[in-house]
Design a protein around this ligand. Structure first.
Ligand code: DUC
Ligand code: ZN
Ligand code: ZN
Ligand code: ZN
Length: 468
């Protein structure tokens, strides 16, 4: 199968050019002016931007929540991501109870995702059980196509929480085999204390989710984790950064040549914590995610941190947690609301609308943080994350002239709400190719369940920068 994409403006993380793209099989085989070939299909991209498929390096499909009752929505719901211009995810693979890191990842690839996922996917391992086997398995992860492992400093009393000794050892062991440690940096002890104080005072509505997770809990934990990484000379990636204090800490670490990186999420760039004060529980509970939403100053600081290269990626931290079932358990106490919100399907559109179209970031920065950098740090570059000869033909043809409003019914995400419902939308993907196959046409999904495949992540990726 040969496809020619004609007359578009190709965006990369450092340039934009008007050129045609020839795709053969799963790969891009030529880029140039006025390409002509005997092809099966021509896509007219006149007036459109053409960029590499979005890579969301932080999602949770079919995974346990922090409250541990029920799993998030499954991989069949990734159909909505294709409609939203994302072609690859790096999903979290928590240890299933009683299982090792590797068995849990294999089960995810071969059973949970197989036949269902519509996007290509890599995996980050995620610690939920600390024991000798877990540490032994860290050494084996690269052989299984995993180049990262996540540890939670938050959630005291849940299987997710790791103590500081464990975090220190994970950083140290991971470095030996070319992995990057991804850290959820929030001080679990302080949160636990503040939550108890709120509840004792009768403050149980969703608003107190943010009250019990103030910026200091994130900023302090980020500084602590970065300090371990500095002492160990180990690469570290801080997930879902939301505070100016945390970005200052990452910038200081970078200045000291610590291999420190961070991401923020769409919601921390577009939404303030005011929504948590809605008197309607259902309206407020939608936005209970961790870290908590912040004030406008921190929102502005996240855009700044992307622009000065302190932060390197924008992710969704997508959690398919439905409102009318799973979130209801916290109706009488915010502490019991499972943390997380869906957003992977809207990431590209919301970042274009609120970032590029509002001149907060350039088109080049958009490609860098939504696709290219995630491919690099996860060891998928240049197979993914770039429009280049030899790369996978994961391509979005994006119409910047489209104007609309986000409606769940227009792109169902498998969950009973969308946190961006009713928001302005500027631009949208018109055509999407996944490894050469057209899976979105006229902004309609034309692919099939199970079209996505597991993509191994190479160890010693970007964050090692020649250093071992
Ligand atoms: N952290 C995540 O990364 N995802 C969901 C909940 C959380 O605390
Ligand atoms: Zn702790
Ligand atoms: Zn987290
Ligand atoms: Zn997450």
């Amino acid at each position: 199968m040969k496809t020619l994409i004609k007359n578009g403006t190709i965006l990369s993380s450092d340039s934009e050019i008007k050129a045609d793209i020839l795709v053969e099989g799963e790969k891009i085989v030529a880029i140039g002016q006025d390409l002509n070939d005997d092809v099966d299909k021509i896509i007219d991209a006149t007036g459109k931007y053409v960029f590499p498929g979005g890579i969301d390096q932080h999602t949770h499909f079919e995974a346990l929540t922090n409250t541990g009752d029920k799993d998030t929505a499954g991989y069949e719901t990734t159909k909505a991501l294709i409609v939203g211009g994302t072609t690859t995810i790096i999903d979290y693979a928590p240890q299933d109870p009683g299982c090792g890191l590797i068995e849990s990842a294999k089960y995810r690839i071969e059973k949970r995702a197989k036949g269902k996922t519509c996007v290509d996917f890599g995996l980050h391992s995620l610690i939920t059980e600390v024991n000798d086997k877990m540490f032994d398995e860290i050494k084996e992860l690269p052989k299984h196509g995993i180049n990262s492992i996540k540890a939670f400093m938050a959630y005291i009393g849940s299987p997710l929480h790791v103590d500081d000794g464990t975090l220190y050892k994970v950083l140290s062991e991971s470095k030996k085999v070319g992995l990057t440690t991804f850290v959820h940096a929030e001080n679990g002890e302080i949160i636990d204390m503040l939550q108890k104080d709120c509840v004792k005072a009768g403050h149980t509505s969703p608003k107190y989710h943010a009250v019990s997770r103030p910026p200091i809990v994130e900023t302090e934990a980020t500084r602590r984790a970065l300090y371990y990484a500095e002492e160990l000379d180990a690469p570290i990636f801080i997930v879902h950064v939301t505070t100016k204090g945390a970005t200052d800490a990452i910038a200081e670490a970078k200045a000291k040549k610590v291999r420190a990186y961070g991401e923020t999420c769409t919601q921390y760039l577009t939404t303030t914590k005011d929504v948590l004060s809605d008197p309607d529980f259902n309206e407020a509970a939608k936005y209970v995610c961790s870290p908590a939403l912040r004030d406008q100053d921190d929102v502005d600081a996240m855009w700044d941190a992307l622009n000065d290269n302190t932060l390197s990626a924008i992710v969704s931290d997508h959690c398919g947690i439905d409102l009318h079932e799973m979130k209801q358990v916290g109706r009488n106490n915010f502490v019991d609301i499972p943390n997380g919100a869906p957003g992977a399907a809207d990431r590209i559109n919301m970042i274009w609308t609120n970032g590029v179209a509002k001149n907060r970031i350039t088109r080049q920065k958009f490609v860098e943080v939504c696709s290219t950098f995630p491919a690099k740090i996860n060891g998928m570059y240049p197979k993914k994350g770039v429009i280049a000869v030899g790369s996978d033909a994961d391509i979005v043809v994006f119409d910047p002239e489209y104007r609309g409003v986000v409606r769940l019914e227009d792109n169902p995400n498998g969950i009973d709400y969308n946190i961006y419902e009713g928001r302005e939308q500027i631009g949208r993907p018109e055509v999407v190719l996944l490894r050469g196959k057209v899976v979105l046409e006229d902004a309609k999904f034309v692919g099939e369940l199970g079209q996505g495949k597991f993509i191994p992540c190479e160890p010693y990726a970007y964050c090692y920068e020649g250093r071992k």
